[in-house]
Write a protein that binds this ligand. Structure first.
Ligand code: SAM
Length: 260
């Protein structure tokens, strides 16, 4: 029997609150190294002036907002997407300021600090809420991932920790990558964020599989899917605090331009 966590298990067992509590509630004032690394680099990417435009689609948003905090000032419209109903509901709870929604404010404050506190954290939250125009169902293994909705190709597609969660092997990773690429305009940017060398991650007491990725496999897949890789950054090996929670060797951000 395969250890792969399939679509039915995501629908049944991916508990958005447990996920957010484990990975995004701050111990004291400090974010963990994943959040720090990703916020820092996404801030550089989206403040560079190069990756900007009208629309950004985030693939596999989950219940999370951290990945959109810098993007919301570079794009007028953001479309969030996820496979599970519960994740979309949790995301919408934050979007509409419902009581009991996850408190992202410490992460938002940290993101603002990294950007030099140009705007107060509550304005950043407002900016993001205004930019998010749709929250759609998504399955990256479908030819049109947002089926039955057809969205016009975007200026940027962002995806964090999704392909490695959704794909059971290298072949399906390549399929997923090609599918999400149909949502991107030629000349637009794909920003891929995730972890290398991982095999699992915990959500509450449940183990979710992760596809073991290497830099060279992602590079080759991007190249074969019609991209030019413009940036790649990765972290040093993370510390031991991840033991028992996830098992990865480094965190990465790829920025790739879709060839016209
Ligand atoms: C580790 S979470 C990452 C969530 C978010 N991007 C983040 O960085 O916190 C993986 C996400 O992939 C989503 N997912 C799993 N299978 C998927 C599929 N076939 N298509 C799209 N998303 C999928 C899950 O619902 C989950 O939200």
């Amino acid at each position: 029997m395969s250890d792969f966590t399939g679509p039915d298990q995501y629908q049944k067992f991916f508990d958005p609150k447990a996920y957010l509590e484990r990975y995004f509630s701050l111990a004291g004032d400090t974010v963990d190294e994943y959040v720090h690394f990703v916020l820092k680099h996404l801030s550089q990417v989206f403040n560079s002036g190069k990756v900007k435009g009208e629309t950004l689609i985030d693939i596999g948003t989950g219940p999370s907002i951290y990945q959109l905090l810098s993007a919301c000032e570079a794009f007028n419209e953001i479309i969030a997407t996820d496979f599970t109903e519960r994740n979309r509901e949790e995301f919408k709870a934050w979007l509409t300021n419902q009581p009991g929604a996850f408190d992202w404010s410490p992460v938002v404050k940290y993101a603002c600090q990294l950007e030099g506190d140009r705007i107060p954290w509550n304005e950043k939250e407002d900016c993001l809420r205004k930019a998010i125009k749709q929250v759609l169902q998504c399955d990256i293994l479908k030819d049109n991932p947002t089926d039955p909705v057809v969205v016009p190709p975007a200026d940027c597609v962002l995806s964090c920790l999704c392909l490695e969660s959704a794909c059971k092997d290298q072949e399906s990773y390549i399929t997923g990558l090609n599918n999400i690429s149909t949502l991107l305009k030629p000349g637009g940017y794909l920003v891929l964020v995730g972890v290398l060398g991982n095999v699992y991650y915990m959500v509450g007491e449940r183990k979710f599989s992760a596809l073991f990725l290497t830099e060279s496999f992602i590079r080759e897949s991007l190249c074969n899917a019609g991209y030019v890789v413009e940036e790649f950054v990765s972290s040093e090996k993370p510390d031991e605090s991840w033991e028992g929670t996830a098992q990865f060797s480094s965190i990465y951000v790829f920025v790739a331009k879709k060839m016209a």
